[in-house]
Design a protein around this ligand. Structure first.
Ligand code: GLA
Length: 395
């Protein structure tokens, strides 16, 4: 863990003792950490059974947690200075949004027929919410991992990933794919992970951070329509599949469709569905090519693929926004930037930039001043380090 991470963990511990005192059950509290994620390339491909290339980073969610002897759950959100409590036999939807994820986690555990007792916890961290870094997946994975440990539920990491995704799909109402929870749970220091979302096979690739850094530029835009548009994209892809299936019955998802097939049926797909399928089938091929470039150490060409992805997300998949496009445009003539694109679900959040290490200061100050001029917003920039995934920390 970095020095900054240690101090956040200590801060959450201090909040816990302030809130709950020394002990509820005679046991000692334990602390767990789950990171946010970046994704180098492969956007919206996960729910189309394609490939993704994420990594877990040095911004994380922490839970300090201890079992109770009753069936009460006491949640304390350190960063919001807010609390919420309920009993395990009443998981009704809360009157505020943040406890939804914790309730969803317990709902999943109960649906699996597993039993937990009451517990008390303080959680918090430094994954910016709504920035496309998957703070909610980090939260779900962290709580699932912690409850698995303290109540000996015998869940595997894959169980945790799939249950976290179901919290989003069934409790929160976002039909998201598996990438975020996977990256948070399976991350490895200094490695990116290529996940085949169809077979769930994955492979770690060392990411060369000697001469380059990954810098996130946070538009600070959180679009309220994001989740409904996200679900719409998923439906549009399914529409494409149902049309293409008429010509090739082996097609079960856009992963199985070649870009050429999409071109052949352009008219029948119609403008919108055609452009969604065009981006998606192209992106699925692109991620595989990008991985080969990474292995070959050709970061210049890898960066070009990042720009191609952004073009597709902006014009064909239409999940970008003017602020993201502006930030990517600012980098195009900058030879210190190898690649840039919007990252995550879109409609706001961050761009990810592959920048020469010795030029990062100049890059950030230029981006900040251009963004301020254009939108009168102070642009947060994050230099990310790739860290291990979900884990228990020594208390
Ligand atoms: C969100 C979803 C992921 C993935 C990305 C886009 O982060 O949670 O499943 O679809 O968007 O790549």
């Amino acid at each position: 863990m970095s020095v900054a991470e240690v101090s956040i963990a200590d801060r959450i511990k201090a909040h816990y003792f302030e809130q709950f005192g020394r002990s509820a059950s005679g046991q000692s509290p334990r602390i767990f950490r789950s990171p946010g994620r970046i994704n180098l390339i492969g956007e919206h491909t996960d729910y189309n059974n394609g490939f993704v290339l994420p990594a877990s980073v040095d911004k994380a969610v922490y839970f300090v947690i201890e079992p109770r002897t009753d069936n009460q759950v006491l949640l304390h959100a350190a960063d919001l200075n807010d609390t919420y409590s309920f009993t395990l036999d009443d998981l009704s939807k809360p009157d505020k949004s943040w406890p939804l994820y914790q309730l969803g986690v317990i709902d999943q555990i109960q649906k699996l027929g597993k039993t937990i007792g009451g517990f008390q916890t303080t959680f918090g961290g430094d994954v910016p919410a709504g920035a496309g870094m998957s703070s909610s997946a980090a939260l779900e994975c962290c709580l699932l991992f912690a409850l698995n440990e303290i109540f000996d539920l015998k869940l595997s990491r894959w169980d945790i990933v799939k249950m976290g995704q179901k919290v989003e799909n069934e409790f929160v109402g976002l039909q998201s794919g598996i990438m975020d929870q996977f990256a948070s749970a399976f991350g490895k220091e200094e490695s990116v992970i290529r996940l085949d979302c169809r077979s769930l096979e994955y492979e770690y690739f060392p990411f060369p951070m000697k001469d380059y850094l990954l810098v996130l530029c946070d538009t600070s835009v959180k679009h309220s329509l994001a989740s409904s548009e996200y679900n719409t994209r998923r439906l549009e892809c399914e529409k494409g599949v149902s049309i293409l299936q008429k010509y090739d019955s082996t097609i079960g998802s856009l992963r199985d469709a070649a870009p050429e097939l999409v071109e052949q049926h352009k008219e029948e797909l119609g403008d919108v569905v055609y452009r969604r399928c065009k981006y998606m089938t192209g992106e699925i091929v692109r991620v595989q090519e990008a991985c080969d470039l990474l292995v070959a150490g050709d970061l210049e060409s890898f960066g070009k693929k990042m720009y191609e992805t952004h073009q597709g997300l902006q014009h064909d998949y239409e999940v970008s926004c003017p602020e993201l496009d502006f930030l990517v445009d600012q980098t195009i003539d900058n030879s210190d930037v190898l690649g840039a694109r919007m990252m995550g679900g879109g409609f706001g959040g961050c761009t990810i930039n592959l920048v020469k290490k010795d030029a990062v200061d100049a890059f950030e100050s230029k981006m900040k001043s251009e963004y301020k001029k254009q939108y009168d917003i102070d642009l947060p920039c994050y230099r990310v380090k790739i860290t291990d995934g979900t884990e228990e920390l020594a208390f």
